[in-house]
Design a protein around this ligand. Structure first.
Ligand code: IVH
Length: 690
């Protein structure tokens, strides 16, 4: 789906176009939800996410037939991540509808009035509370005692983080005079100051810094080891009610007062307003002072004050009718784009970066902004020397929104995206259907080298004991290891005199290098780290071509896409044209050929020997995979099972021996349970097949 297509007004879409766009958006939104809620690692800004959601909602409004029970509009967040036990919320944890313009807020109040049948002059009191950019949690108290704490998860089921929440000093453990059951909801967050201190400590410990306070809060709370949570400075504001065994107040405002009485922190900036104009004025004032706050807020939440009205208003799909979030506008500034440079990521993606005349946006000094990709530059027609508008939405990397055409200098030339990698000079290729251009230098590209080398020595590849990721980093920095072959050229005397390397560890490494210089063909191919060539694909290739020489010769021959060799390659079940392109692209690159030549001289790569399926515990068994597997693709899982003599079926029946249940598994897992079949999770399966 191109971005241009998304600019068509929804009304102009044919039902077919709408269905196609709905599907693409649903997938995209689900991926973003997972990145945000399960991995604490968003890949787009809040503003971009909101834009996707608005478009999605507009399509569903215009084409209601498209709405399905598993549409993202019916879900809140994402399913809980594996690892914590699951908690079903006594009352669902809802999300909030969004307002972006004043008119949206005016319409919200008008809707409330219409719904309740209120007269024009009947006041509707609204509580305005800053929207905290954190992680929502539910705190359950029984007989005044804190008994259960959970994350929101998908709104219905969250993760049990009770023990971790107990480490937050701001959460009272005992409530005096509380109802038998009380569930309080709020937002766990990290102050900006605490976030900065934590990141300094992370950097010192050579740990990955967090992208923003929200991720830091989420990552800190969802720790298996509660001692780590305890060591992190987490704060909380509470703001709503879940389950309660008796009424607590008549208004939300009084409810907040009761919460404070029990010792919960509530947001001190909250105010009670009598009309929508006052709400909007308060919003504008908060936008102004937002940067001065020590915690991040991303909007204002308006809530109907009367709880009996809240009750009557209820909720529709994932959001209550009695509340709405008025999002803050992205902060923008104008500056000059000095130069566009290209950054090469660890996986070889070329990302254009705008180098700017430094400018302050929302209190932060910005001198670089992302231009995303080739298409984005072309679409926005941003040129070097242009005056540009940049924006900081939430806390993600600033972006270039547009060029100010009136200020464009004469002779400014359209930007030409490079087709070679600026780091290593290898071809940078863009595959069909992909937005990213990628360097094909792989093993020799300095930007990718370290990650590739780490992969090369990793457990499923060369498995070189005594040479860990840290060593690779140090040796690469020093220029001692540049290519995989350099690893096998390490000498005892290179090591023994180094800090942290005793005689013994140097001897051990030399010994393991000598042991590992004989390797099976499939491991060898896997170790090369070719895109899309995982263990199973490497095994398929090894099986097909038998020897390193045979494989290389056939890859050379297959460079001619009309050849029999190309046919043979793409005929391998499990290797499609896209994988073939990555593979052949790698083998055609001169730098990679040199690496292969060097390795061939230094190592003994054993010809493929088919495993004896009879010795495998899954030989002759029927296996069904369902849900998403985390450590390998479905194709890899299937290929591996088959190579061990198992039969992989697409549907569950009484004859199924094993059902491997991944994340988000649906009806097949359910049916397997009903039939009493042997269900394994991914880890159990991997253990079984060794
Ligand atoms: S009220 C029924 N108040 O924003 C909904 N939510 O985008 C109750 N949030 O799920 C939520 N600050 O996690 C409410 N002052 C506040 C909030 C707030 C942050 C979060 C909450 C909610 C999300 C919706």
């Amino acid at each position: 789906m191109s971005d241009n297509a998304r600019e068509n007004p929804v009304e102009a879409l044919t039902p077919l176009e709408a269905a196609a766009e709905w599907e693409a958006l649903a997938r995209e939104i689900t991926d973003h939800d997972k990145a945000y809620h399960q991995k604490d690692s968003p890949v787009v800004s809040d503003a971009e996410y909101d834009a996707l959601r608005r478009r999605f909602d507009a399509i569903e409004d215009a084409f209601p037939d498209l709405v399905s029970p598993d549409s993202p509009s019916r879900k809140v967040g994402a399913k809980p991540a594996a690892g914590f036990s699951k908690v079903t919320h006594a009352k669902p944890m809802l999300s909030l509808g969004n307002a972006f313009e004043d008119e949206d807020v005016i319409e919200f109040v008008a809707r409330v009035r219409r719904f309740l049948g209120l007269g024009e002059d009947e006041p509707v009191e609204i509580v305005c509370e800053p929207k905290i950019d954190g992680l929502s949690v539910s705190l359950r108290y029984e007989k005044g005692k804190f008994v259960l704490g959970a994350t929101r998860g998908d709104g219905t089921t969250g993760e049990d983080v009770t023990e971790n929440l107990k480490t937050l000093v701001e959460i009272p453990m005992i409530l005096k005079d509380a109802p038998g059951v009380l569930e309080v909801r709020g937002e766990v967050y990290m102050t900006r100051r605490d976030f900065e201190a934590l990141n300094r400590a992370q950097e010192k410990a050579e740990a990955k810094p967090f992208a923003n306070p929200r991720n830091a809060a989420a990552g800190s709370l969802r720790q298996k080891d509660k001692a780590i949570t305890a060591s992190r400075p987490l704060s909380i504001f509470v703001y709503s009610l879940g389950d309660a065994s008796e009424p607590l107040a008549e208004t939300h405002w009084d409810f907040l007062t009761r919460l404070r009485g029990w010792g919960f922190p509530t947001n001190p900036l909250a105010e009670l307003k009598e009309c929508v104009e006052d709400c909007l004025q308060f919003y504008r004032g908060t936008v102004e002072k937002r940067q001065g706050l020590d915690y991040e807020i991303d909007g204002m939440v308006y809530k109907v004050n009367r709880l009996d009205w809240q009750e009557r208003l209820g909720a529709v799909s994932r959001a209550p009718r009695w509340a709405i979030a008025h999002k803050f506008p992205a902060e923008k500034a104008e500056t000059v784009l000095r130069e566009i440079t290209i950054q090469v990521g660890r996986t070889g993606t070329l990302t254009p970066v705008a180098n700017l005349e430094p400018v302050t946006v929302g209190g932060v000094r910005v001198s670089r902004a992302t231009l995303h990709n080739e298409d984005e530059i072309a679409r926005k027609d941003v040129r070097e020397g242009d005056t540009v508008i940049i924006q900081r939405a939430g806390d993600v990397i600033p972006q270039v929104v547009s060029a100010v055409l009136d200020k464009r200098k004469k002779g400014a030339k359209a930007y030409v995206f490079p087709d070679v990698c600026p780091e290593c000079g290898s071809l940078a290729v863009r595959e069909e259907g992909e937005v990213a251009r990628r360097c094909s230098g792989g093993l020799v590209c300095p930007a990718q080298r370290v990650e590739r080398l780490k992969h090369f020595v990793s457990r499923n590849a060369f498995d070189i004991e005594g040479l860990g990721a840290k060593h690779i980093e140090t040796f690469s920095e020093e220029g001692r290891i540049k290519t995989p072959a350099d690893i096998f050229k390490l000498k005892r005397e290179d090591l023994a005199d180094r800090d942290g390397w005793g005689e013994q560890s140097a001897d051990n490494l030399i010994e393991s290098l000598s042991q590992r210089s004989t390797i099976s063909l499939d491991r060898f191919i896997y170790a090369l780290g070719i895109r899309q060539v995982g263990q199973a694909t490497a095994r398929l290739l090894a099986k097909q071509y038998g020897s390193l020489k045979g494989w290389r010769a056939q890859m050379d021959a297959a460079q001619d896409r009309e050849s029999d060799a190309y046919q043979e390659l793409t005929n391998i079940d499990g290797i499609g044209p896209l994988v073939a392109e990555d593979l052949l692209g790698f083998c055609a690159e001169d730098h990679n050929r040199e690496v292969l030549d060097d390795l061939e001289n230094l190592l003994t790569v054993k010809d493929f020997v088919a495993p004896d399926p009879a010795s495998s515990p899954v030989a002759g068994k029927t296996v069904v995979f369902t849900g998403t597997l985390e450590s390998l693709s479905r194709a890899e899982a299937k290929a591996r099972a088959e190579s061990l003599g198992a039969k992989v079926a697409g549907s569950v029946s009484k004859k199924t021996d094993y059902v491997v249940v991944g994340l988000d598994a649906g009806s097949k897992a359910k049916k397997a349970k009903e039939l009493g079949l042997n269900c394994l999770n991914e880890e159990e399966w991997l253990n079984l097949i060794g």
